[in-house]
Design a protein around this ligand. Structure first.
Ligand code: NBG
Length: 837
């Protein structure tokens, strides 16, 4: 019932302007917000004030639906998906919210009436960079689809005060700048200081016997802090459902500083506060080795503990006991970052809620499901047992107990097979012992999945082979997907209008509808319009390049783009080898017939990843030489576009002709950029890796430029002994390229600068660039030829878009709902007025 027993005696006037969707309603609400939330009058309002006023105008409309949604969930006690993720790369919120609410045009008109351009406001908005790349962005697309499909869901994560660093390029090198995204406030969040669970750290455990004579354990921490809930409403597309993303911010526990005060140590109390708040200060990029980073383990435990406590709190609002916890919730672990949740739920159930171990385990192992996102051995999380003992002493005991019981089962299943036991164990033995988070996730989960068909197969054959042998029924594949609302409707309005004019407007909700475009491939008028849209998008991006990088590029040239994290396995340097190959050809024969190309790179390197940073320097150094060479005459241009993020991605994908998806086969779990490009009409040059395999299957081999070794061939060559030096000696063009870099030609004569890169390629070539070089160059030559046949290129581009329906995140989410989550949609009605009658 609550304490507001007579709330329905009041009518809220002003509902109309806070909820209405007409131009007039939006205008009035904007002006009211300028006064009441920004405290400004129009004559002195800054762009930041105007952004704030628009954001609050939109937020009012979200909140209204958010309340209706939580009321519906409360009344129906709905089964709920919990998406636990250390990263959510949400992107700018304004445009997406306008699209999903269906008021984009009205808002544009309302602002225009007031003398403001919506485009300027959108360009002003910054984004919370609370993720490093694909994994965090996938989480954001999934939350958007969950809301669109009307599935009850809460996303839980960390409210980092500094998100992923901002990237500047200085003299060709990456420079990291701190991301102060909260500096001007953040209008999309609602802070709830009263939702503030306590989190313990460190200390020791005590075993005791309770009043009923049972053995119990008490954890005596040496630090206690508090998580404060910061919520963001997430509206679905063309529905009333608004789900919640709840991010936790660390603060000092109120009760804690008194201890210091009591002895008069005021400074220590303040110090404790600062130390506590450190926990959610900064995001660690997930491609930076984490072993030994105490703060990162604390971060993971902190947000997982807050989230599980919060779920229990919500659950106990309606129920007395926790015995059906797993019927109310299913928790998806987004990689192993939140895998400590398995031990934490056991601790909460057994120690705090006094449940028996067996029952607690039954609930826990029926609540969690685990998604693996990488096969790279260096990215598989493990923590030194010594660190665990120091920070999470009780969890270490619980993990040992889970392991003891689990390995007993293993020994029954595989008698006398200590090798199996060692592989499956949650603990890696050795000089230094480690807790293996992937093993903990597998043992604690009812379902395990990979993120593309090939990746899931490789998981079963390699890193999780022993778990697959043990529990084949737990495994399934869930190929990733992306939100068509953000990556087509919002990012590519020209294409959206053209598609809608032909096949109607249901496709953003039902992406399979795009198939209907196939009937227009032979319509030359349509192909012309298609080409025109692309040209406009390229012009838009060319202007951004001019403004931000100072390089003129020609929108008529082929835009050949590779944007993603910089990593050796993603092989940006293979792309560079192709560029230098073309350059050498031009230098040999300046009059040659060359398909003009603009090569564009974007992406951040982990701050501590030397080789990735050197690759950025190489790209910029090659750009400097080629862009200035009169023999090239502007036919080749190379651009490194700085600070790749969700916001500028929305301009980049729609402007691409060619998408570079060139990782070593078997290394990229799925990729999602590959999907975003193809959905915007770019053709792909790619290896048979990750979701490329399925994209090629869908769009047709004839509309995809494939090259390179297969995952199997990579593996075979490695075991048979691969010699990069032989490839170097065998291919004269490759030799020319490597020798040119080595000579100091791109580094003002400095022969040392790129030595580490050249040497690592010639001596190890871990990612087999040389093995794939020839095939890549041949593939690129096919691309150049194809681009000259304008009409045919447009046909291929149309067919790519028409056949990409599978890669909507809606499809992926439906599969999770059906196979893993077993959860139903809850339809939300919005009542006429804010308050119920
Ligand atoms: C990344 C993979 C990508 C994949 C995304 C989303 C990690 C650990 N993995 O290939 O490298 O597309 O996850 O699944 O960030």
């Amino acid at each position: 019932m609550g304490i507001l027993t007579k709330w329905n005696t009041c009518r809220v006037d002003g509902d109309q302007i806070r909820m209405g969707n007409t131009v007039e309603d939006i205008k009035c609400d904007f002006v009211e917000n300028l006064f009441c939330t920004q405290g400004k009058f129009p004559e002195v309002a800054t762009i930041n004030d105007c952004y704030g006023a628009v954001a609050h105008t939109v937020r009012n409309r979200l909140l209204h639906r958010w309340i209706a949604t939580s009321r519906a969930y409360y009344e129906k006690a709905s089964r709920t998906v919990i998406y636990l993720s250390a990263e959510f790369l949400m992107g700018p919120q304004l445009g997406k919210n306008l699209i999903n609410l269906g008021i984009y045009e009205q808002a544009r008109e309302a602002l225009a009436d007031l003398g403001l351009a919506l485009e300027d406001i959108l360009a002003y908005e910054t984004e919370p960079g609370l993720g490093s790349g694909g994994l965090g962005r996938l989480a954001a697309c999934y939350l958007e689809s969950l809301a669109t499909l009307e599935i009850p869901c809460i996303g839980y994560g960390v409210r980092y005060e500094f998100g992923i660093f901002q990237q500047k390029i200085d003299n060709g090198w990456q420079v990291e700048m701190s991301d102060r995204w909260l500096r001007l406030g953040y209008p999309w969040e609602i802070v709830r200081p009263e939702i503030a669970p306590e989190v313990k750290l460190g200390g020791h455990t005590e075993h005791y016997t309770d009043e009923l004579g049972r053995q119990r354990v008490r954890w005596i921490p040496d630090r206690v802090l508090m998580g404060v809930a910061c919520d963001m409403p997430l509206i679905g597309y063309a529905v009333n459902t608004a789900n919640m993303l709840r991010l936790w911010k660390a603060e000092a526990a109120r009760s804690f500083d008194f201890q210091a005060f009591n002895v008069g140590d005021y400074y220590r109390a303040v110090h404790e506060k600062v130390v506590s708040e450190n926990i959610t200060k900064v995001l660690y990029p997930n491609d930076e080795p984490a072993v030994g980073k105490q703060l990162r383990l604390e971060q993971q435990y902190f947000f997982v503990s807050c989230s599980l406590q919060d779920m229990i709190r919500i659950y106990l609002q309606r129920k007395e006991s926790l015995h059906e916890f797993h019927e109310k919730y299913v928790i998806q672990l987004n990689d192993t970052h939140p895998a400590i949740g398995v031990a934490e739920l056991m601790r909460l159930l057994v120690d705090e809620h006094r449940m028996d171990w067996e029952q607690a385990w039954d609930i826990t192992s029926n609540t969690f499901a685990y998604t693996n996102h990488t096969l790279l051995p260096e990215a598989l999380e493990k923590w030194p047992v010594s660190l665990f003992a120091k920070i999470l002493p009780r969890h270490l005991e619980i993990i040992y107990e889970i392991n003891r019981r689990f390995l007993d089962q293993v020994r029954v299943r595989y008698p006398w097979n200590e090798e199996k036991v060692q592989d499956l164990s949650l603990i890696e033995e050795g000089h230094e012992k480690y807790v293996r988070m992937a093993n903990l996730a597998c043992v604690g989960s009812k379902a395990i999945n990979g993120v593309a068909a090939l990746h899931t197969e490789l998981l079963k054959q390699t890193v999780l082979k022993h778990f697959h042998d043990l529990w084949p029924e737990k495994f399934s594949n869930k190929t990733n997907g992306v939100s068509p609302r953000r990556f087509i409707v919002l990012g590519n309005p020209g294409l959206t209008r053209l598609i809608t004019s032909k096949i109607g407007d249901t496709w953003p909700r039902d992406l399979g509808e795009l198939r209907k475009l196939e009937q227009y491939v032979d319509d030359s008028g349509f192909r012309d319009q298609w080409r025109q849209v692309k040209l406009t998008n390229k012009g838009r991006f060319a202007a951004m390049i001019r403004d931000q990088v100072g390089i003129e590029v020609d929108p008529e040239s082929m835009f050949d783009i590779q944007v993603k994290r910089i990593h050796e396995y993603k092989r940006q340097h293979l792309n560079i080898l192709h560029i230098i190959t073309l350059y050498n050809r031009v230098k040999r024969d300046p009059g040659m017939d060359l398909t003009p190309r603009t090569f564009i790179f974007g992406g951040k390197a982990a701050p501590g990843y030397f080789m990735a940073k050197l690759i950025i320097k190489l790209i910029n150094s090659v750009a400097d030489v080629i862009n200035k060479d009169p023999d090239v005459g502007g036919r080749l241009r190379v651009v490194f576009f700085p600070d790749f993020n969700v916001k500028n991605a929305q301009y980049i994908y729609p402007a691409a002709d060619l998408s570079e998806q060139i990782s070593t086969a078997g290394k990229e779990a799925s990729g999602t950029g590959n999907m975003k490009f193809s959905l915007n009409g770019a053709l792909t040059i790619g290896t048979l890796d990750g979701a490329n395999v399925e994209i090629r299957e869908e769009v047709g081999a004839e509309n995809f430029f494939v090259f390179g070794l297969t995952a199997e061939e990579v593996c075979r060559q490695k075991t048979e002994g691969y010699s990069p030096r032989n490839s170097y000696l065998e291919h004269p063009e490759l030799r020319g390229v490597i020798d040119l870099i080595d000579s100091g030609f791109f580094s003002h004569g400095d022969q040392d600068l790129f030595k580490p890169l050249v040497r690592s390629l010639l001596e190890y070539d871990e990612y087999m660039l040389f093995a794939d070089y020839l095939s890549y160059i041949e593939g690129q030559d096919r691309v150049s030829l194809a681009y000259r046949d304008e009409q045919h290129w447009q046909r291929m581009s149309i067919l790519n878009v028409a056949r990409m329906g599978k890669f909507s995140s809606d499809r992926a989410i439906k599969e999770y709902c059906k196979d893993i989550w077993h959860v139903q949609p809850v339809h939300v009605e919005v009542r006429e007025t804010f308050m119920a009658e």
